[in-house]
Design a protein around this ligand. Structure first.
Ligand SMILES: CC(C)(COP(=O)(O)OP(=O)(O)OC[C@H]1O[C@@H](n2cnc3c(N)ncnc32)[C@H](O)[C@@H]1OP(=O)(O)O)[C@@H](O)C(=O)NCCC(=O)NCCS
Length: 186
């Protein structure tokens, strides 16, 4: 890991700029083929490959004007354990969506997800001057909802039967956090 890639330094994780090295040498593309990791995500319907991950890196990261995706690097580690993104950055309405995936299972449940979300919210509100960050999560995904609540998100509504997974419809919980509420919680 090249220390020049570190974009936001936290206590137990750094958020780093993603590089060709992450595409080739981390577990990144394989996380989307792991049935347990993707159990709440629709990415699991199509296999991921090194070539698709490289294309995603070129199109969605190098070429995107309204998306910031960063690698989640636990303290003392050489390879990323997950990725986190600000998607659909909308500078007219000053809002964006956030999404996160910790793909290396040994790093789950250690507080890294909550810290990574808090660091990226700091960037969204502090540097990008956004007013609101939102997200959608399957209503049964208690770990993710708990992690978002710990970072300050509140539930704004339930979208009924929004997602079809394995033949069963699932509700999606919409959550959001406003800049003022984030700053007040620091
Ligand atoms: C959602 C995700 C980012 C959470 O990150 P994490 O680092 O594991 O979560 P944290 O360690 O910060 O834990 C946050 C809270 O969730 C709770 N939690 C963690 N795993 C849990 C589980 N399996 N069931 C219930 N609660 C759980 C923790 O106990 C903690 O709450 P607490 O401090 O009150 O105990 C991670 O599970 C993940 O990446 N999952 C795979 C991809 C995914 O589903 N992404 C989200 C799509 S919306």
């Amino acid at each position: 890991m090249d220390s020049r890639d570190v974009f936001i330094q936290g206590k137990n994780v750094a958020l780093k700029a993603l590089s060709e090295d992450d595409v080739t040498n981390s577990g990144w593309y394989g996380w989307f083929n792991d049935a347990e990791t993707t159990q709440f995500m629709q990415q699991r319907y199509f296999p991921n490959t090194l070539q698709k991950q490289r294309k995603h890196f070129q199109d969605a990261i190098l070429g995107a004007a309204n998306k910031i995706q960063l690698g989640i690097l636990p303290k003392g580690e050489k390879q990323i354990a997950g990725v986190i993104s600000l998607d659909n950055i909308d500078f007219l309405n000053r809002k964006a969506d956030i999404s996160i995936l910790i793909g290396e299972r040994r790093f789950l449940g250690k507080g890294l997800g909550t810290e990574a979300i808090t660091l990226l919210l700091g960037h969204a509100f502090g540097k990008l001057s956004l007013h609101k960050v939102g997200l959608g999560v399957l209503s049964g995904h208690t770990a993710a909802i708990r992690s978002y609540e710990k970072a300050g998100f509140v539930i704004e509504g339930i979208l009924k039967d929004e997602i079809l997974l394995d033949g069963k419809y699932h509700d999606v919980t919409r959550m959001g956090i406003l800049a003022g509420d984030f700053k007040a919680s620091l």
